[in-house]
Design a binder for this molecule. Structure first.
Ligand SMILES: CC(C)(COP(=O)(O)OP(=O)(O)OC[C@H]1O[C@@H](n2cnc3c(N)ncnc32)[C@H](O)[C@@H]1OP(=O)(O)O)[C@@H](O)C(=O)NCCC(=O)NCCS
Length: 144
């Protein structure tokens, strides 16, 4: 397994397949993907990109930390799941976020992935809510 910085455009195929299946490819392009403070990580197995995650300098209105990062577009191709790839991407991201003087990472987690986020140290806050066309979510955060 190898973890590398990748470009926003590298993330789109896996995002589209895993997070916006059946919808247009454009819906897998997220706002601020190309911002200077945004970074994208990819997990590679035998040279093939199989896992992606993106990190945005963005505060959540319900969280008080002064500077925060947001995690979006976390996905691992089905045949490569449960091998520690997403956890490895997050572990690589934490020091980069800290270097940017941010102490908190948050995400709107799909309820189906809550177990994963809890495993890597995220806590749930607030009630479940629905994101139209995507499904039930919950706000989760991790102090880093
Ligand atoms: C959630 C997801 C990103 C996890 O990726 P992954 O590369 O399989 O994650 P890891 O292998 O690093 O898993 C880390 C831990 O979480 C557990 N885990 C993984 N997916 C889980 C899930 N859906 N529910 C509960 N636990 C999960 C693993 O067993 C592992 O724990 P362990 O090492 O103690 O056994 C992956 O299942 C996925 O792409 N799902 C579909 C897209 C999605 O829902 N993304 C999240 C959007 S908010």
């Amino acid at each position: 397994m190898k973890i590398l910085r990748i470009s926003a455009s590298d993330t789109i195929d896996i995002r589209h397949q895993m997070l916006r299946d059946g919808r247009s490819r454009e819906e897998a392009i997220f706002p601020h993907d190309e911002d200077d403070q945004t970074f994208h990580l990819g997990g590679f197995i035998e040279g093939k990109l199989v896992s992606v995650a993106s990190f945005y300098f963005e505060n959540h209105p319900d969280l008080v930390d002064e500077y925060q990062y947001r995690l979006r577009g976390m996905a691992t191709l089905p045949e490569f799941q449960h091998q520690g790839l997403s956890s490895a991407l997050l572990k690589m991201a934490f020091p980069i976020i800290k270097q940017n003087l941010c102490s908190l990472l948050w995400c709107n987690a799909r309820t189906s992935a809550m177990g994963f986020y809890q495993n890597v140290g995220f806590e749930k806050i607030g009630e479940e809510f629905d994101i139209p066309t995507v499904g039930p979510h919950v706000l989760m955060f991790k102090k880093i």
